[in-house]
Design a protein around this ligand. Structure first.
Ligand code: SAH
Ligand code: SF4
Length: 361
C-alpha cells in the first residue's frame, strides 16, 4: 500500500522508502514537509538564526575535486591568499557587527607552516575579541594532531562535508587516488569528533549520477554518524571543471534548489536539534534562497565578510552572489532579509549545536 505524505509525516521513524517518496513530492505535498520541519525547528531549536561571519582566506588548493572551480589544476582560477592582517580586520568587522562567531574557510593545504599560521590566527581571533567570538574552521582533511592543535588554540567547530556518502558516487566526483580517499574523509570526520569538535558535514544535492536513494542514504549517514551540524547546498556546475562534461545529466537548477530545501527539511525532521546552515549556493540560484532555507528548517547563516576585492576569486561554482559587495552592505541587507522570515537573529551568541551539548552530557 502506498502511504500518503500526511501518513508518513505522523511517523516517528522513517524508512528509506519513506524518505525517497518525500523527496519526490510535488508542490502541494512538499509544503506539508516544509511546514512540519518548520514546526520542529521552532520546538527544538527555536525561531532564531545565528550568524557566522565567513572569511574565505585563500583559494589555493592542493586537491582536484572534479566539481570545484578552485581545484589545483584549474589554470583559470585567479589565486589569492589574504594576509593575516586583512583576515583579522574582517574578523574585527564580524565582532563589531555583533556576529557571535566566525568561520575560516580555504582550499586544502596541509603543511607545518600552514598549521602554525592557523594556530596563530586562532589565538589572535580569541585575543582581539576578548574570547567572545566562537570559531568554526573548514580547512579540509588534516592529521588528527593538527585538528587537536587547532582545537587547543580555540577552534571548536569544524565543517568537512562528506560530499556523498556513497563511495561509488564519491569516486565519480573525485580522482581515485591517495589524496581523494573516501575512507580518509570518514577517518577525518571521526578524528574531529574524538578531538571534541562540534562536527559538521553535508553533501551536495543534485549532482550528476546522484539518485534519490543516494540522498536518502546521505540523510541516514548523517543520523548514524550523529553529526552536530550540517551544511548542504545544491551542486552548481563550473565550466572549468571535469564534472561540467556531465551537465547533460543534471536536473534543472530550480529543481536542484527545491530538492535541497527538501533535504534540509527532512534532516531537520530526523535530527531535530542539530544546527543546519542555509548554504550560500542557495543564494546563487535564488536571491532569497537562504531565507527560504531558514523558513523550512535551517538556523545558521554565514554572511560573507571576506574583503570585497577577493570575493570574486573564491569561485567554487558559477554565479556566486554578492561578490561585488563589501561586508557592510551585506549586514544591512541580511538583517532585512531575516526579518522577512519571522525569525530573530541571535546577535552576540555562539549559537552552539544543542545536539552537541546533549551528546556531551
Ligand atoms: N577545501 C575545503 C573547504 C572549501 S570547499 C573542503 O573541500 O572541505 C567547501 C565546499 O564547497 C565543499 O565541501 C563542496 O561541497 C562545496 N563546493 C565545491 N564546489 C562546488 C560546486 N561546484 N557546487 C556546489 N558546491 C560546491
Ligand atoms: Fe579544494 Fe575543497 Fe575545492 Fe576540493 S572542494 S578542490 S578540497 S577547495
Amino acid at each position: 500500500m502506498i502511504k500518503t505524505v500526511d501518513e508518513i509525516l505522523t511517523q516517528d521513524i522513517y524508512s528509506r522508502e519513506d524518505i525517497v517518496s518525500l523527496l519526490q513530492t510535488n508542490k502541494e505535498d512538499r509544503n506539508k514537509i516544509f511546514t512540519h520541519a518548520s514546526k520542529i525547528k521552532a520546538d527544538y531549536v527555536g525561531k532564531k538564526v545565528y550568524y557566522r561571519g565567513l572569511v574565505e582566506m585563500s583559494n589555493a588548493c592542493s586537491k582536484n575535486c572534479y566539481y570545484c572551480g578552485i581545484r589545483m589544476d584549474n589554470k583559470n582560477a585567479d589565486r589569492y591568499d589574504i594576509s593575516d592582517d586583512e583576515i583579522l580586520d574582517a574578523v574585527r568587522f564580524a565582532h563589531q557587527s555583533n556576529y557571535g562567531s566566525v568561520v575560516l574557510q580555504a582550499g586544502e593545504i596541509s603543511s607545518p607552516k600552514f598549521t602554525k599560521r592557523i594556530s596563530n590566527l586562532l589565538k589572535q581571533i580569541k585575543e582581539i575579541s576578548n574570547h567572545e567570538l566562537g570559531i568554526t574552521i573548514s580547512l579540509g582533511e588534516q592529521p588528527e594532531e593538527v585538528y587537536q592543535e587547532w582545537f587547543e588554540n580555540g577552534a571548536h567547530r569544524y565543517l568537512l562535508r562528506i560530499e556523498s556518502s556513497n563511495p561509488d558516487l564519491y569516486y565519480k566526483l573525485h580522482p581515485k587516488d591517495q589524496k581523494h580517499n573516501f575512507e580518509t574523509r570518514l577517518e577525518c570526520l571521526r578524528s574531529l569528533q574524538s578531538v571534541g569538535y562540534q562536527t559538521g558535514t553535508g553533501v551536495m544535492v543534485g549532482l550528476p549520477f546522484q539518485t534519490y536513494d543516494d540522498l536518502a542514504n546521505d540523510l541516514f549517514f548523517m543520523k548514524d554518524f550523529d553529526i552536530d551540524m550540517c551544511g548542504m547546498g545544491p551542486y552548481i556546475e563550473h565550466i572549468d571543471t571535469p564534472l561540467y562534461e556531465h551537465r547533460n545529466l543534471l536536473m534543472p537548477i530550480e529543481d536542484r534548489f527545491t530538492l535541497t530545501l527538501k533535504m534540509i527539511s527532512l534532516l531537520r525532521i530526523i535530527m531535530k536539534d542539530i544546527n543546519i546552515a542555509a548554504a550560500t549556493a542557495l543564494q546563487a540560484i535564488d536571491p532569497i534562497g537562504r531565507e527560504k532555507a531558514i523558513k523550512v528548517g535551517a538556523n545558521i547563516i554565514m554572511p560573507n565578510v571576506t574583503p570585497g576585492m577577493y570575493r570574486d576569486s573564491y569561485k567554487l561554482y558559477e554565479n556566486k552572489p554578492c561578490t561585488d559587495e563589501e561586508a557592510e552592505d551585506c549586514t544591512n541587507c541580511m538583517e532585512m532579509r531575516i526579518g522577512l522570515t519571522g525569525d530573530d537573529i541571535g546577535y552576540g551568541e555562539w549559537g552552539d549545536s544543542k545536539h552537541f551539548l546533549k551528546r556531551k552530557k
